[in-house]
Design a protein around this ligand. Structure first.
Ligand code: GLC
Length: 609
């Protein structure tokens, strides 16, 4: 009778399965489980012979151009087949950044970014978006998303402000409901901190970046957060308690430092606080080349940085390319007893716990029945709802007695202008198809211009000019103009910006149009931008759309009055960058528009001035 290994028995207790499997693993197999590599180096020998624990793709690293969900599923299932052929047949976890829908996949639903969701304050919406995203991630064959980012963005000069729900900890805490949407609701009595995953329609989530990534000095990406421990805990750590109580499976260490202590090497925060005090029992993953970043400041050698990170409490290292060197050094460190085997066993137990909880041993392959969920109407309608609820009305009429919005869909002639009016990539922002985003028709979706054309009457002429000509601006027969301006996409350090003016000549277009025609401005940006008084005065109305994603109709639903504005600023709208950092609750708080600001239209008095 062939011995039935306990770890292969789905009815055995998870902790028994972990213990049984761990007892069968060689040191090499254990260290390989602590290794996450990029798809482009995930060779058959790495996966099958070394038994690497996890594979990921960088933003923009795809199986082919315009890769649809089935292309991804084919690639990932091929990796998985190799993993199951390894000596112990431990399945891989495949991870990717699905941070506003499965933004890697061509044709997937692109939800608004986190800053938009923060403007809704709607925890149930976040939950539903998490559930929809989980379906579209599993349909691609991936098991794991590096989301949600629960950074509390205290300075909009940071290039990742749009990945944050808010500057206010309480709003971020509320939006962590997305974890249960992604992973499923843990049952009553579920042990705090124990990872949870409901089933094949759910994904392993990742609360990131632990801790204080949104509080760095001047918002410098991967910079230094200078604060007392009490403030670090009160402002930046609180959302992790909510994630841990929902059974979040993984936590990603931050590139940033706390009072000069790099998080990737900080045992006090990664182990004594996160694991011991908060009771987190999933695994801690490094950030991309987090070990290399550890070495950079002091120029320390790679082996020393591995030692520092693993001893601090990093369980899985997102290497992602030089995994042979990583494994060689890690092996040396364990064999020389610089890293105790107990630390390795703890890390591997945590990784195996997540794999067993996720049911990967029972269901290692893609459930292809989910393919029709990708970009489906239900999800696009959900994204459209999120867009509607996230728009913030900042100005409505030069004279409050005469609101400018809602717009008249039966107007005779409408001018649409600005480079964000018909640019799907711009309205999606970073982390869309590529790492730092692109302009143009990068995926399936509806631009703001598409939506305007759909919503206006048959007798309405829509004139579209990115940069309107003098002739157009000289016309006397245009009822109103809509100018969409803002930022081009960016990600991480490419978005760090200490000036925060409206880029790409947006202010010039706004000014030229608003001088001649009653004008609504839609600002498409990852964060507040400087609005000079002279420019704001010229606008008849102003809407902050932030980064709405693929469903542009959510914008016109509200502009033309089918729905009321609900959005409230999730971040302070400063007057000048010289005021920064400036967040609600601090002394000398003198914003242009405060945290929580947001107007509603008043239909009774709707007259176009
Ligand atoms: C990046 C980001 C992190 C992301 C990871 C994998 O550098 O810091 O948020 O999940 O690498 O793409």
């Amino acid at each position: 009778m062939e011995e039935t290994f306990i770890y292969r028995n789905p009815n055995a207790a998870i902790e028994d399965r972990i213990k049984d499997l761990l007892s069968r693993m060689t040191l090499q197999e254990k260290l390989a489980q602590m290794t996450q590599i990029e798809r482009t180096v995930a060779s058959p020998s790495a996966i099958k012979d070394l038994a690497i624990g996890s594979v990921l793709n960088a933003g923009g690293s795809a199986p082919c151009d315009k890769a649809v969900s089935s292309d991804w599923a084919d690639m990932i299932d091929n990796f998985q087949k190799l993993a199951l052929e390894s000596r112990l047949g431990i399945p891989i976890i495949y991870g990717l950044d699905a941070v506003h829908g499965n933004n890697n996949v061509y044709g997937a639903t692109i939800f608004p970014h986190n800053v938009n969701l923060g403007a809704t304050r709607d925890a149930d919406l976040a939950y539903r978006i998490g559930a929809a995203t989980a379906l579209e991630v599993r349909a691609s064959g991936a098991h794991y998303t590096f989301a949600p980012c629960v950074a509390v963005c205290r300075d909009p000069r940071w290039g990742r402000c749009y990945e944050c729900y808010s500057e206010a900890t309480e709003i971020v805490r509320k939006m962590t409901s997305i974890v249960s949407g992604l992973q499923g609701d843990p049952p009553k009595g579920h042990p705090n901190g124990y990872p949870f995953l409901k089933g094949r329609k759910n994904v392993i989530a990742c609360a990131k970046h632990f801790v204080g990534d949104g509080g760095t000095h001047k918002g410098i990406n991967e910079g230094n957060t200078i604060s007392s421990y009490e403030d670090l805990e009160r402002i930046h750590m609180a959302p992790y308690l909510d994630c841990i109580s929902q059974g979040v499976c993984t936590v990603m260490a931050s590139y940033s430092s706390w009072n000069g202590r790099q998080l990737h090497a900080d045992r006090f925060l990664l182990t004594e606080i996160l694991k011991d005090k908060l009771g987190f029992k999933g695994f801690v993953i490094s950030d991309w080349e987090g070990i290399d970043r550890l070495c950079k400041p002091q120029g320390s050698d790679f082996r020393f940085c591995i030692l520092a990170a693993v001893k601090a409490g990093v369980d899985m290292v997102m290497v992602p390319f030089k995994y042979e060197k990583y494994l060689e050094d890690l092996t040396y460190l364990v064999e020389s007893k610089e890293i105790p085997l107990s630390r390795i066993d703890d890390a591997v137990e945590r990784i195996l716990r997540v794999k067993f909880v996720a049911g990967l041993f029972e269901h290692p392959y893609t459930d292809r029945s989910l393919l029709d969920k990708v970009g489906c109407k239900l999800h696009r309608d959900l994204a459209r709802e999120a867009v509607r609820k996230s728009l913030v009305l900042l100005k409505n009429g030069k004279d409050p007695r005469y609101p400018f919005l809602p717009l008249d869909r039966k107007a005779k002639k409408v001018l649409v202008a600005g480079i964000h009016a018909d640019n799907l990539g711009y309205q999606c922002g970073g982390w869309t198809i590529t790492w730092d985003g692109l302009g143009g028709r990068i995926t399936v979706g509806t631009t703001i211009l598409d939506a305007i054309k759909e919503v206006v009457g048959d007798n309405t002429q829509v004139i579209y000019e990115e940069f309107p000509s003098h002739e157009t601006l000289a016309r006397e027969d245009i009822d109103f103009a809509i100018v969409a301006a803002g930022e081009a996409p960016y990600a991480e350090f490419t978005g760090d910006n200490s000036v925060l003016n409206i880029p790409l000549n947006g202010a010039d277009v706004i000014s030229a149009v608003a001088d001649r025609i009653p004008t609504l401005v839609i600002l498409v940006s990852g964060r507040p931008l400087v609005l000079e008084p002279w420019l704001l005065d010229k606008m008849d109305a102003l809407v902050a759309a932030f980064l709405p994603g693929s469903e542009g109709e959510g914008v016109t639903d509200v502009l033309f009055g089918d729905f009321e504005f609900e959005g409230l600023l999730p971040v302070t709208w400063f007057k000048s960058v010289n005021q920064l950092p400036m967040t609600a609750g601090q002394n000398s708080y003198d914003p242009l528009f405060p945290l929580g600001y947001g107007l509603k239209t008043n239909k009774e008095k709707h007259v176009i001035s």
